[in-house]
Design a protein around this ligand. Structure first.
Ligand SMILES: [Cu+2]
Length: 62
């Protein structure tokens, strides 16, 4: 699944986002495209759970 994360702007953001997703699913495969502000996640969790985790970490998705 793919998320647009407009507030993601640097490596720190990417780190926070990675951690938030890993707390939800330690086995998640996460790939972050910083210039495109895009996060791709392979996880058994549903899309809404990941979106909520990102929002709670301070990075709302759209
Ligand atoms: Cu940042």
């Amino acid at each position: 699944m793919e998320f647009n994360v407009p507030d993601m702007s640097c490596g720190h953001c990417a780190g926070v986002i990675t951690k938030a997703i890993q707390q939800l699913d330690a086995d998640a495969m996460i790939s972050i495209d910083l210039p495109a502000k895009k996060v791709t996640v392979q996880t058994a969790q549903d899309r809404q759970s990941v979106a909520i985790a990102l929002t709670e970490a301070g990075y709302p998705t759209n």
